[in-house]
Design a protein around this ligand. Structure first.
Ligand SMILES: Cc1cc2nc3c(=O)[nH]c(=O)nc-3n(C[C@H](O)[C@H](O)[C@H](O)COP(=O)(O)OP(=O)(O)OC[C@H]3O[C@@H](n4cnc5c(N)ncnc54)[C@H](O)[C@@H]3O)c2cc1C
Length: 389
């Protein structure tokens, strides 16, 4: 089977790339090979769905600004046959707490965001304790608050892009890519586990945390590892009136309100297991997460675990940021991985950007600094101090 563009992996990135390709050029033929249309282990559906303007790198801030623009009309734009994929945006706001040690970094980030027109401000500790008493704690001096940040339903965004891409003529093929095929320094297609071959001059690898092994098969080594992350839903038995923000501690532990006294709690740690493992380790909660949580917010001393899951971050160990663009040494090979825990919100801008590169249009948003050349050069582009959320 021949196509103009072949996309490996049809979760949120693969579906967004297919959507933008077809919407920019209806004549381009696109096939997306996805091995599991239930998406049970895709990072997309295992994501927390948090979308935030609070990044430090200009590219990441602008990527989020575009995400909020797209999400505002997403259900209307992606409606097909009466099914409206409502992203269900909850703008509860993200509050990034800072202690004395992290105050300067937090203020520098806030100023970068404000300079780009973002609605973000600093709140002192007494005001935080007065507005949201359950987040009163002894270890921080204040925090930056982005009232527009919040949560979005990853399933709706994935289904929305996929169904619109299909409506515009993209083929979604159920199958597993066994290997990428190149001829010298040019991509020519992929071979499936079934033995079937797809020929295409452009191959976009959107296989998430599974991208590096596929790329290694054609000699492309990416510094991206599958870090297993655990997420816990806890019942705090706390009651309050009004809205609560999503709160991020300086250590990276975060607490997202889910309603009815429940919270999503998680903490990415450098010694989290690496591998394609989806086992929940409750010991991580009891040994590491809960003690840190209580130390900062004593109100959380009586809670039960109400749910949990595990998913993979595709962690770019060079600098914790996306690697997106054509691989300089193999024409027609586009990489799209390394999102390191913030890729869900980036699918809109990244999907548009890769489609623009493939179709040789001028990108609306210049994301070239996130391209693969920096990996080849060993030139990191850090978001901030190497800490991952
Ligand atoms: C616990 C957790 C919380 C997160 N929270 C957030 C958050 O709050 N905000 C945010 O922005 N991001 C978050 N992320 C990160 C975000 O989920 C990912 O960056 C994003 O979903 C990556 O999308 P993707 O399409 O690249 O990868 P995936 O969603 O992993 O999709 C890859 C797809 O490729 C398919 N595939 C793999 N190999 C093959 C093959 N050989 N052949 C065919 N198909 C293949 C897989 O089946 C899968 O469907 C979180 C991630 C996790 C795990």
């Amino acid at each position: 089977m021949n196509r103009d563009v072949l996309i490996v992996g049809g979760a949120v990135m693969g579906s967004a790339v297919a959507y933008y390709l077809k919407s920019m050029d209806p004549a381009v033929s696109v096939a997306v090979v996805e091995r599991d249309s239930t998406y049970a282990r895709s990072s997309t559906v295992l994501s927390d769905g948090n979308v935030r303007i609070q990044f430090n790198l200009e590219e990441n801030i602008r990527i989020s600004q575009y995400a909020f623009d797209v999400l505002a009309t997403f259900a209307d734009d992606m409606e097909v046959g009466g099914y409206r994929p409502e992203p269900g945006a909850r703008h509860q706001g993200n509050l990034f707490l800072a202690d004395l040690e992290h105050r300067a970094d937090a203020l520098a980030g806030m100023e970068a965001q404000q300079a780009l027109g973002c609605d973000v401000g600093w709140i002192d500790e007494p005001e935080i304790a007065a507005r949201w008493p359950i987040f009163a704690g002894p270890h921080y001096i204040g925090g930056t608050f982005g009232p527009g940040d919040g949560s979005v339903d990853p399933n709706a965004v994935l289904r929305g892009y996929r169904q619109r891409a299909v409506e515009m003529g993209a083929d979604f093929v159920e199958g597993e890519v066994a290997e990428l095929i190149c001829d010298g320094d040019r991509m020519v297609g992929v071979c499936l586990v079934s033995g079937e071959e797809f020929r295409a001059p452009v191959v976009v690898n959107c296989a998430g945390a599974w991208s590096p092994p596929l790329l290694a098969g054609i000699g492309v080594d990416l510094p991206v590892l599958p870090f297993m992350r655990n997420v816990f839903i806890v019942d705090s038995h706390l009651e309050w009136e009004g809205d609560l923000p999503s709160v991020f501690l300086p250590s990276g532990l975060y607490v997202l309100p889910e309603g009815d006294g429940k919270f999503l709690v998680a903490w990415s740690l450098p010694d989290d297991l690496i591998g394609f493992d989806f086992t929940v380790r409750r010991s991580k909660f009891f040994d590491r997460i809960w003690p840190e949580l209580i130390e900062h917010f004593p109100a959380f001393d009586q809670l039960d675990i109400a749910g949990s899951w595990a998913g993979l971050y595709a962690v770019n160990t060079l600098d914790g940021n996306a690697i997106i663009g054509e691989w300089p040494e193999i024409g027609g090979l586009y990489v799209c991985t390394g999102f390191s825990g913030h890729g869900f919100q980036q699918c809109h801008a990244v999907g548009r950007y890769l489609a623009e590169l493939i179709l040789e249009r001028d990108p609306v948003l210049d994301l070239s600094r996130l391209g693969p050349q920096r990996v080849i050069d060993g030139n990191p582009l850090h978001e901030h101090a190497g800490r991952l959320i």
